[in-house]
Design a binder for this molecule. Sequence first.
Ligand code: C2E
Ligand code: CA
Ligand code: CA
Length: 484
Amino acid sequence: FDWSNVGDAVMLYSVTAVTVFMLANDMRHLLSRYNSEYRKAKASEDEIFRLANHDTLTGLPNLFMAEKKYRDEHSMPGSPKCTLFMIGLDNFKTVNDSLGHVFGDSVLKTIAERLSGMLTEGCFVFRIAGDVFGVMTTNAVTPDDVANAAEAMRKKISEPLGSGHQFILLTCSIGAAIREDASFTFERLRREADIAMNKAKNSGRNVFKLYDETMSSHTIASVSMAAKLKAAIDKHEFSLFFQPKIELETGRIKGAEALLRWFPEGEKPVRPDIFIPVAESTGMIVEIGEWVIREACMQCKRIQDLGAKDFSIAVNISAVQFKRGNLEQIVLDALYVSGLDSHCLELELTESLLLEDEYDIKGQISRLAAKGISFSVDDFGKGYSNLGNLSKFDVATLKIDQSFVFAMFDTPQNAALVEAIVRMAKALGLKIVAEGVETQRAANVLGLLGVDSGQGYYWSKPLPIDDFIDFTGIGKVNTTALRA
Ligand code: C2E
Ligand code: CA
Ligand code: CA
């Protein structure tokens, strides 16, 4: 022991202690920096996962995530059955085009919220792309349950959107496919649900279709149908049927809607909702439509000549006819040849046509309207509806879609919706026709609500011309007020 060594030792220990302290401090800093870097890396990894698996706009899982879920939970031989619903918004493009992308985005978010709000255990909601959403569920795997689930979704989505006078009605077309066994890949289930959804869109939208194998064969069938349609005019296989339009206040028949029928030689009749989309997609509707306009004008004149002087005829016109055909000339020629007064011809068009920027639709309508022809908007409320937009066109009549009339007695909200449409249409000076009137009760209620005319099975189904004339009694009694 030496006191001089003690000083050295203390010095040495002190230096060592300070060094250790500094080192430990550095380590601590290093560790905390490491922790914070780790947390950041983890957060960005989670963010990357979220971005890769979710849709940024609605926050819903995306298709990639849905496929992963299907592979993890439904692809094994013993996995529970499941159903894939594909929900496509009708005419969503027109919402974006007419009301802007910001409004369009908020609509998509609302739809995502509505679907998520319906989530139950075993149910997975995702966004497939653009205006198409998906729902995968193990809760509805029988055709009946699937149909009920689809109906619930359809109703929820079709509730009015927006607020105040800027409310819009947006419907959807739903397709579904059921995973029957382990041989179903996600790709197959998705393709089948997609075919079913397109089928729903083609059969007039706002409906649900469950996939069945005949749907794939229909795609092939439509190619051969197009070839048959081409020859159908020359072979006189088309015929026009007439459905009366009744003035609700008086019960008088004011006119009729001409509805096309196709009776292919040696085969069963084909429904218009099957062959018209084919005729539209091939452009053949221009030629077929020309025949319809001419025939409708001639038959209307014939009815007038039998004594019903003010009788008017309504003809359905496809958007394709406005875009591709020489509609103005065709209509004027048909009036000239038949001798029908232009005030007795009404053309029915769909609302989505009025949202087209090209083809001078507004001009075509106003030029024809200036000559006395009137226009009505068919299937109002189906797809995308905006009453405000109608006022910009020379449109005189609004035809409320039959789905509203059918649903009117389901809930007080549905009845209130019809009432609101009638009120707003009246404020715009439009006449209102209700379609799909099947009961006296519906006819009475619609009359009380202020609807001007009705059309539906309650009075008559569409009839061949001779049966129609018999039904109305035109020519037998000396009056245009007919049985109703
Ligand atoms: P739309 O113009 O909405 O015609 C009304 C449809 O509802 C008709 O079906 C009619 O038969 C049916 N209907 C009428 N009253 C009732 C009812 O009380 N209950 C029910 N459940 N249905 C009723 P249809 O004749 O099968 O025509 C289907 C669609 O085909 C028409 O729907 C229209 O969009 C199209 N279409 C028919 N003829 C023509 C045409 O000449 N040209 C064009 N472009 N499309 C046409
Ligand atoms: Ca119509
Ligand atoms: Ca209609």
